[in-house]
Design a protein around this ligand. Structure first.
Ligand code: PEP
Ligand code: MG
Length: 454
């Protein structure tokens, strides 16, 4: 048995297609005869590769590299693929044509399994399917703990098709519309009208529920191939998110205009990624004010009360949360990046995955402080990183007082089930304990102990 990180999906069995890195650019050639039982084994996959995989009926993939909260893992969850990533040596042990049993939950894979192993896994699979039908009954329920704490449970999307999945999964809105794909999947910049149509369609699908659109977060691992983005030594510390938008106000303006126009037909909010200073926020806000003036002059309708929010995903933003909370209409905490930048560990680098943890006390302190600042100013605060669906962290976020959580559509119901079974009063002691925890491991065992008692 080989092991890695189970990042998505369930238990599946299939036939291996093994591709070397250099074969990926030609994947069309090798994946021609795939079926819904094919499992791809490869050293590493980019976000773009996974999007291309969507054209083939494969059921899952295994890679040697990657991290739990990498965009690769997020995409696998969204595409409902079963994925185990960060499996050292998988390329050495597995051949094309082998049969593989893949457990996307625990992160195990068994090559050419014996019939007793298959039987064992099929029993677990059956149990998971039974659990899933219980979870489905949460679709019509509101999200509320046993002691009556209500919050909005929303979905993260990166395309207009996902919006429908949020509705089907009982999501109470779109808490994060990542817009990079709207740009990356094309050969040139989308026009204002093209973007407007996408947001309009999203609004129609959501039928009056909130949609938080994040302006383009280009840079980092999101290179938009037709844009003239300089090659950088450290792209995650480079011209990413709002930095890129302020450098290319033409692209930023076009996108904001499209969102503003769509806001006449739905309930939109705009959120800015990767902020590190109030100056960036004020400059972006100023650009948006100018667009509003233009729209007024042209008598083009838009929502005059549209909210402008800040993503807290850098330590700078977390420590300035008091100031941001005074100027922004709402805040959403992007724990994927906040963790990466707080512990200075690349979210996609398996070697240092032991350090990249949402349970790191410094990360939890940043989240807690940010929420406190928002509460003080009376603005909405949400969490939209992958931590928002972590069953052990949910009690903490609820005790901190978060108003909204936004998770992958495939995890909305499971997250609601977990929240609705929690009693905050029984867990309140965690808050005090947290102040004295010095490591990831201590945090995890402390939460485990409280959950076992509750
Ligand atoms: C985050 O950083 O937590 C986040 C939600 O944004 P992304 O994962 O797209 O970087
Ligand atoms: Mg981010």
């Amino acid at each position: 048995m080989l092991s890695g990180m189970g990042v998505a999906g369930r238990i599946v069995m299939g036939t291996v297609i093994r591709l070397e890195s250099e074969q990926l650019s030609d994947m069309e050639k090798y994946l021609e005869n795939t079926n819904e039982k094919s499992i791809l084994i490869t050293p590493e996959l980019s976000v773009k590769d996974v999007i291309r995989l969507g054209n083939y009926p494969i059921v899952g993939f295994v890679t040697e590299k990657g991290g739990f909260n990498s965009h690769l893992a997020i995409l696998a969850r969204k595409m409902e693929l079963t994925a185990v990533i960060g499996v050292p040596g998988c390329m050495d042990f597995i051949e094309s044509g082998d049969t593989v049993l893949l457990d996307g939950i625990k992160g195990n894979l068994v090559v050419n399994p014996r019939s007793s192993t298959i039987e064992h896994y099929m029993k677990i699979k059956q149990k998971l399917e039974n659990d899933q039908s219980r979870i489905n009954s949460y679709a019509e329920m509101e999200t509320m703990t046993l002691d009556g704490y209500k919050l909005a449970l929303m979905g993260n999307v990166d395309d207009v098709e996902d919006v429908e999945r949020v509705v089907q999964s009982g999501g109470e809105g779109v808490g994060l519309f990542r817009t990079e794909n709207l740009f990356a999947r094309r050969e040139n910049l989308p026009t204002e009208d093209e973007q407007f149509e996408i947001y309009l369609q999203a609004a129609k699908t959501m039928g009056g529920k909130t949609i938080v659109v994040r302006t383009l977060d280009a840079g980092g691992d999101h290179r938009i191939h037709y844009l003239d983005q300089e090659k950088e030594e450290n792209p995650f510390l480079g011209c990413r998110g709002i930095r890129f938008s302020l450098k290319r106000p033409d692209i930023f303006k076009t996108q904001c205009r499209a969102i503003l126009r769509a806001s006449a037909y739905g309930r939109f909010r705009i959120i800015l990624p990767m902020l590190c200073s109030l100056a960036e926020f004020r400059r972006a806000k100023n650009v948006i004010s100018l667009i509003k003036e233009e729209l007024d002059t042209l008598k083009i309708p838009y929502d005059r009360d549209i909210q402008l929010g800040v993503m807290v995903e850098t330590p700078a933003a977390a420590w300035m949360a008091d100031m941001f909370a005074r100027e922004a209409d709402f805040i959403s905490i992007g724990t994927n990046d906040l963790t990466q930048y707080t512990v200075a560990a690349d979210r996609g680098n398996k070697q240092i995955a032991y350090l990249y943890s949402n349970y790191h006390p410094a990360v939890l302190r940043s989240i807690r402080y940010t929420i406190q600042c928002c509460k003080k100013e009376g603005i909405t605060v949400s969490i939209c990183g992958e931590a928002a669906s972590d069953s052990k962290l949910l009690p903490l976020f609820l005790l901190f007082g978060v108003d909204e959580l936004s998770v992958s559509p495939s995890l909305i119901l499971k997250t609601r089930q977990q929240i609705n079974q929690l009693n905050r009063e029984k867990l309140r002691g965690i808050l005090e304990a947290l102040d004295n925890l010095g490591s990831i491991e201590e945090t995890e065992s402390c939460i485990d102990a409280f959950l076992a008692l509750s």
